[in-house]
Design a binder for this molecule. Structure first.
Ligand SMILES: N[C@@H](CCC(=O)N[C@@H](CS)C(=O)NCC(=O)O)C(=O)O
Length: 278
Protein backbone atom coordinates (compact mmCIF):
# COMPACT_ATOMS: atom_id res chain seq x y z
CA UNK A 1 0.00 0.00 0.00
CA UNK A 2 1.31 3.51 -0.89
CA UNK A 3 2.31 5.58 2.18
CA UNK A 4 -0.15 8.35 1.25
CA UNK A 5 -3.08 5.91 1.14
CA UNK A 6 -1.96 4.37 4.42
CA UNK A 7 -1.77 7.81 6.04
CA UNK A 8 -5.25 8.76 4.84
CA UNK A 9 -6.68 5.50 6.16
CA UNK A 10 -5.23 6.21 9.61
CA UNK A 11 -6.69 9.74 9.56
CA UNK A 12 -10.19 8.63 8.66
CA UNK A 13 -10.10 5.85 11.28
CA UNK A 14 -9.24 8.18 14.17
CA UNK A 15 -11.01 11.29 12.83
CA UNK A 16 -8.05 13.56 13.60
CA UNK A 17 -6.89 16.48 11.40
CA UNK A 18 -4.03 15.47 9.14
CA UNK A 19 -1.45 18.04 10.23
CA UNK A 20 -1.80 17.04 13.88
CA UNK A 21 -0.74 13.46 13.31
CA UNK A 22 3.01 12.84 13.46
CA UNK A 23 2.61 9.38 11.97
CA UNK A 24 0.93 10.92 8.92
CA UNK A 25 3.70 13.49 8.50
CA UNK A 26 6.28 10.75 8.77
CA UNK A 27 4.50 8.62 6.22
CA UNK A 28 4.21 11.53 3.79
CA UNK A 29 7.87 12.45 4.24
CA UNK A 30 8.83 8.82 3.61
CA UNK A 31 6.68 8.76 0.48
CA UNK A 32 8.23 12.01 -0.79
CA UNK A 33 11.75 10.69 -0.19
CA UNK A 34 10.87 7.48 -2.04
CA UNK A 35 9.45 9.44 -4.97
CA UNK A 36 12.58 11.64 -5.15
CA UNK A 37 14.81 8.57 -5.14
CA UNK A 38 12.73 7.03 -7.93
CA UNK A 39 12.90 10.20 -10.05
CA UNK A 40 16.65 10.45 -9.50
CA UNK A 41 17.08 6.83 -10.62
CA UNK A 42 14.88 7.34 -13.68
CA UNK A 43 16.74 10.53 -14.65
CA UNK A 44 20.07 8.72 -14.34
CA UNK A 45 18.80 5.86 -16.47
CA UNK A 46 17.41 8.26 -19.05
CA UNK A 47 20.67 10.16 -19.34
CA UNK A 48 22.69 6.98 -19.57
CA UNK A 49 20.50 5.07 -21.96
CA UNK A 50 18.20 7.24 -23.99
CA UNK A 51 19.32 10.84 -24.13
CA UNK A 52 22.87 10.29 -25.13
CA UNK A 53 24.38 13.16 -27.14
CA UNK A 54 21.39 15.38 -26.67
CA UNK A 55 21.35 18.81 -25.10
CA UNK A 56 17.66 19.44 -25.74
CA UNK A 57 15.83 16.27 -26.78
CA UNK A 58 12.73 18.23 -27.85
CA UNK A 59 14.83 20.09 -30.43
CA UNK A 60 16.55 16.98 -31.79
CA UNK A 61 14.86 15.52 -34.85
CA UNK A 62 17.28 12.58 -35.23
CA UNK A 63 16.36 9.42 -33.38
CA UNK A 64 18.07 6.03 -33.43
CA UNK A 65 16.18 3.07 -32.04
CA UNK A 66 18.13 0.14 -30.62
CA UNK A 67 20.74 -0.77 -28.02
CA UNK A 68 24.35 0.42 -28.56
CA UNK A 69 25.54 -3.15 -28.00
CA UNK A 70 24.11 -4.06 -31.39
CA UNK A 71 26.76 -3.84 -34.11
CA UNK A 72 24.35 -2.31 -36.62
CA UNK A 73 23.15 0.29 -34.10
CA UNK A 74 26.65 1.32 -33.12
CA UNK A 75 27.64 1.70 -36.79
CA UNK A 76 24.98 4.43 -37.07
CA UNK A 77 25.89 5.95 -33.70
CA UNK A 78 29.59 6.12 -34.69
CA UNK A 79 28.62 7.87 -37.92
CA UNK A 80 26.42 10.43 -36.12
CA UNK A 81 29.21 11.15 -33.64
CA UNK A 82 31.78 11.50 -36.44
CA UNK A 83 29.40 13.90 -38.22
CA UNK A 84 28.66 15.75 -34.99
CA UNK A 85 24.91 15.41 -35.54
CA UNK A 86 22.89 15.43 -32.34
CA UNK A 87 20.59 12.50 -31.81
CA UNK A 88 18.50 10.64 -29.30
CA UNK A 89 19.31 6.99 -28.79
CA UNK A 90 16.14 5.22 -27.83
CA UNK A 91 16.95 1.91 -26.27
CA UNK A 92 14.47 -0.91 -26.91
CA UNK A 93 13.87 -3.90 -24.72
CA UNK A 94 14.68 -6.56 -27.29
CA UNK A 95 14.37 -9.34 -24.73
CA UNK A 96 10.72 -8.35 -24.41
CA UNK A 97 10.33 -8.18 -28.19
CA UNK A 98 9.90 -4.39 -28.51
CA UNK A 99 11.45 -4.65 -31.99
CA UNK A 100 8.66 -6.96 -33.18
CA UNK A 101 5.77 -4.75 -32.04
CA UNK A 102 3.46 -3.19 -34.68
CA UNK A 103 4.54 0.40 -33.99
CA UNK A 104 8.21 -0.48 -34.43
CA UNK A 105 7.50 -2.54 -37.57
CA UNK A 106 6.09 0.62 -39.14
CA UNK A 107 9.61 2.07 -39.23
CA UNK A 108 11.62 -1.19 -39.46
CA UNK A 109 9.47 -3.74 -41.31
CA UNK A 110 11.98 -6.58 -40.72
CA UNK A 111 11.76 -6.13 -36.95
CA UNK A 112 15.45 -5.46 -36.52
CA UNK A 113 17.55 -2.66 -35.09
CA UNK A 114 18.48 0.04 -35.85
CA UNK A 115 15.53 2.07 -37.01
CA UNK A 116 16.14 5.72 -37.71
CA UNK A 117 14.04 8.88 -37.88
CA UNK A 118 14.91 12.40 -38.92
CA UNK A 119 11.98 14.82 -38.71
CA UNK A 120 9.25 12.99 -40.62
CA UNK A 121 11.36 10.46 -42.54
CA UNK A 122 12.32 7.02 -41.34
CA UNK A 123 14.98 4.61 -42.58
CA UNK A 124 16.41 1.20 -41.80
CA UNK A 125 19.63 -0.66 -42.77
CA UNK A 126 22.62 0.77 -40.93
CA UNK A 127 24.84 1.43 -43.96
CA UNK A 128 22.03 3.20 -45.84
CA UNK A 129 21.38 5.32 -42.75
CA UNK A 130 25.06 6.27 -42.56
CA UNK A 131 25.09 7.33 -46.21
CA UNK A 132 21.98 9.43 -45.61
CA UNK A 133 23.52 11.13 -42.55
CA UNK A 134 26.62 12.08 -44.55
CA UNK A 135 24.61 13.37 -47.51
CA UNK A 136 22.00 15.20 -45.46
CA UNK A 137 24.47 16.92 -43.12
CA UNK A 138 27.36 17.71 -45.52
CA UNK A 139 28.54 20.72 -43.53
CA UNK A 140 28.59 19.05 -40.14
CA UNK A 141 31.49 17.33 -38.39
CA UNK A 142 33.78 15.24 -40.59
CA UNK A 143 32.91 16.71 -44.01
CA UNK A 144 34.82 14.13 -46.03
CA UNK A 145 33.40 11.05 -44.32
CA UNK A 146 31.55 10.01 -47.48
CA UNK A 147 33.83 11.81 -49.94
CA UNK A 148 33.37 15.12 -51.68
CA UNK A 149 33.45 14.12 -55.36
CA UNK A 150 32.01 11.24 -57.42
CA UNK A 151 35.24 9.23 -57.52
CA UNK A 152 35.90 9.57 -53.79
CA UNK A 153 32.28 8.55 -53.08
CA UNK A 154 32.55 5.55 -55.41
CA UNK A 155 35.83 4.43 -53.76
CA UNK A 156 34.24 4.68 -50.33
CA UNK A 157 31.15 2.83 -51.58
CA UNK A 158 33.35 0.12 -53.04
CA UNK A 159 34.96 -0.60 -49.64
CA UNK A 160 31.66 -0.13 -47.86
CA UNK A 161 30.29 -2.89 -50.07
CA UNK A 162 33.38 -5.00 -49.34
CA UNK A 163 32.61 -4.60 -45.65
CA UNK A 164 28.94 -5.52 -46.03
CA UNK A 165 29.42 -8.39 -48.50
CA UNK A 166 32.83 -9.86 -47.63
CA UNK A 167 33.98 -8.78 -44.15
CA UNK A 168 30.67 -8.76 -42.29
CA UNK A 169 29.41 -12.32 -42.97
CA UNK A 170 32.44 -14.22 -41.60
CA UNK A 171 33.23 -11.70 -38.87
CA UNK A 172 29.69 -11.60 -37.51
CA UNK A 173 29.49 -15.40 -37.63
CA UNK A 174 32.70 -15.54 -35.56
CA UNK A 175 31.46 -12.91 -33.11
CA UNK A 176 28.28 -14.92 -32.65
CA UNK A 177 30.04 -18.27 -32.22
CA UNK A 178 32.92 -17.08 -30.05
CA UNK A 179 31.48 -14.22 -28.01
CA UNK A 180 27.69 -14.56 -27.90
CA UNK A 181 26.96 -18.31 -28.08
CA UNK A 182 28.79 -19.14 -24.80
CA UNK A 183 26.91 -16.33 -22.99
CA UNK A 184 23.61 -17.57 -24.37
CA UNK A 185 24.39 -21.19 -23.44
CA UNK A 186 24.40 -22.14 -27.11
CA UNK A 187 26.85 -24.85 -28.14
CA UNK A 188 29.66 -23.50 -30.32
CA UNK A 189 29.95 -25.05 -33.78
CA UNK A 190 33.63 -25.76 -34.44
CA UNK A 191 32.92 -26.37 -38.14
CA UNK A 192 31.30 -22.95 -38.55
CA UNK A 193 34.17 -21.31 -36.63
CA UNK A 194 36.84 -22.91 -38.81
CA UNK A 195 35.02 -22.17 -42.05
CA UNK A 196 34.52 -18.50 -41.16
CA UNK A 197 38.07 -18.05 -39.88
CA UNK A 198 39.29 -19.23 -43.26
CA UNK A 199 36.88 -16.96 -45.12
CA UNK A 200 37.84 -13.95 -43.01
CA UNK A 201 41.56 -14.65 -43.42
CA UNK A 202 41.18 -14.53 -47.21
CA UNK A 203 39.31 -11.23 -47.00
CA UNK A 204 41.95 -9.79 -44.69
CA UNK A 205 44.73 -10.82 -47.07
CA UNK A 206 43.17 -8.45 -49.60
CA UNK A 207 42.89 -5.74 -46.92
CA UNK A 208 46.52 -6.27 -45.92
CA UNK A 209 47.66 -5.54 -49.47
CA UNK A 210 45.35 -2.56 -49.84
CA UNK A 211 46.40 -1.05 -46.52
CA UNK A 212 50.03 -1.40 -47.57
CA UNK A 213 49.24 1.03 -50.39
CA UNK A 214 47.06 3.55 -48.57
CA UNK A 215 46.56 4.67 -45.00
CA UNK A 216 42.82 3.90 -45.01
CA UNK A 217 40.69 1.64 -47.20
CA UNK A 218 39.39 4.27 -49.62
CA UNK A 219 42.49 6.46 -49.61
CA UNK A 220 44.46 8.60 -47.23
CA UNK A 221 41.47 9.87 -45.26
CA UNK A 222 39.36 8.02 -42.72
CA UNK A 223 35.96 7.35 -44.31
CA UNK A 224 32.62 5.66 -43.83
CA UNK A 225 34.21 2.52 -45.28
CA UNK A 226 36.67 2.26 -42.37
CA UNK A 227 34.02 3.26 -39.82
CA UNK A 228 31.67 0.53 -40.96
CA UNK A 229 34.21 -2.15 -39.98
CA UNK A 230 34.50 -0.93 -36.39
CA UNK A 231 31.57 -2.75 -34.73
CA UNK A 232 32.48 -6.30 -35.76
CA UNK A 233 36.25 -5.71 -35.58
CA UNK A 234 35.80 -4.35 -32.05
CA UNK A 235 34.01 -7.48 -30.85
CA UNK A 236 36.49 -9.76 -32.65
CA UNK A 237 39.44 -8.06 -30.96
CA UNK A 238 37.91 -7.37 -27.55
CA UNK A 239 35.34 -10.11 -26.98
CA UNK A 240 36.90 -13.19 -28.62
CA UNK A 241 40.28 -14.89 -28.41
CA UNK A 242 40.79 -14.57 -32.21
CA UNK A 243 41.58 -10.86 -32.40
CA UNK A 244 45.00 -11.72 -33.77
CA UNK A 245 43.44 -12.42 -37.11
CA UNK A 246 43.38 -8.62 -37.37
CA UNK A 247 46.13 -7.44 -35.05
CA UNK A 248 48.86 -9.83 -36.23
CA UNK A 249 48.76 -8.45 -39.78
CA UNK A 250 51.13 -5.48 -40.12
CA UNK A 251 48.94 -3.16 -42.15
CA UNK A 252 45.55 -4.34 -40.92
CA UNK A 253 46.85 -4.14 -37.32
CA UNK A 254 48.15 -0.59 -37.86
CA UNK A 255 44.82 0.41 -39.48
CA UNK A 256 42.77 -1.18 -36.68
CA UNK A 257 44.87 0.68 -34.06
CA UNK A 258 44.23 3.96 -35.83
CA UNK A 259 40.49 3.64 -36.51
CA UNK A 260 39.65 2.23 -33.09
CA UNK A 261 41.35 5.18 -31.41
CA UNK A 262 39.14 7.82 -32.95
CA UNK A 263 37.21 9.88 -30.40
CA UNK A 264 33.89 9.00 -32.02
CA UNK A 265 34.53 5.28 -31.63
CA UNK A 266 35.79 5.64 -28.05
CA UNK A 267 32.48 7.33 -27.22
CA UNK A 268 30.57 4.41 -28.72
CA UNK A 269 32.56 1.98 -26.58
CA UNK A 270 31.77 4.12 -23.50
CA UNK A 271 28.09 3.98 -24.37
CA UNK A 272 28.28 0.20 -24.66
CA UNK A 273 29.91 0.01 -21.23
CA UNK A 274 27.20 2.26 -19.81
CA UNK A 275 24.54 -0.04 -21.19
CA UNK A 276 26.26 -2.96 -19.50
CA UNK A 277 26.60 -1.27 -16.11
CA UNK A 278 23.78 -1.81 -13.61
N1 LIG B 1 21.61 -5.33 -42.25
C1 LIG B 1 20.95 -4.80 -41.08
C2 LIG B 1 21.18 -5.80 -39.95
C3 LIG B 1 20.30 -5.51 -38.77
C4 LIG B 1 20.44 -6.60 -37.72
O1 LIG B 1 20.80 -7.75 -38.02
N2 LIG B 1 20.15 -6.23 -36.47
C5 LIG B 1 20.22 -7.19 -35.41
C6 LIG B 1 21.04 -6.63 -34.24
S1 LIG B 1 22.71 -6.30 -34.73
C7 LIG B 1 18.80 -7.46 -34.89
O2 LIG B 1 17.97 -6.58 -34.87
N3 LIG B 1 18.54 -8.68 -34.48
C8 LIG B 1 17.28 -9.07 -33.91
C9 LIG B 1 16.42 -9.83 -34.87
O3 LIG B 1 16.82 -10.07 -36.02
O4 LIG B 1 15.32 -10.22 -34.44
C10 LIG B 1 21.57 -3.43 -40.73
O5 LIG B 1 22.74 -3.23 -41.02
O6 LIG B 1 20.86 -2.56 -40.20
Amino acid sequence: MEAQTLALNIVSARLLPLDQMPIVQKALEWSKRKQNRRHKKERKKELGHTQIRVTNPMATPVKVYGPPLSTAVCRVVACLLEKDVEFQLISLNMAKGDHKKPDFLKIQPFGQVPAFQDEKISLFESRAICRYVCENYPEKGNKGLFGTNPLAKASIDQWLEAEGQSFNPPSSALVFQLALAPRMNIKQDEGVIKQNEEKLAKVLDVYEKRLGESRFLAGDEFSLADLSHLPNAHYLVNATDRGEILTSRDNVGRWWGEISNRDSWKKVVDMQKQQHSP
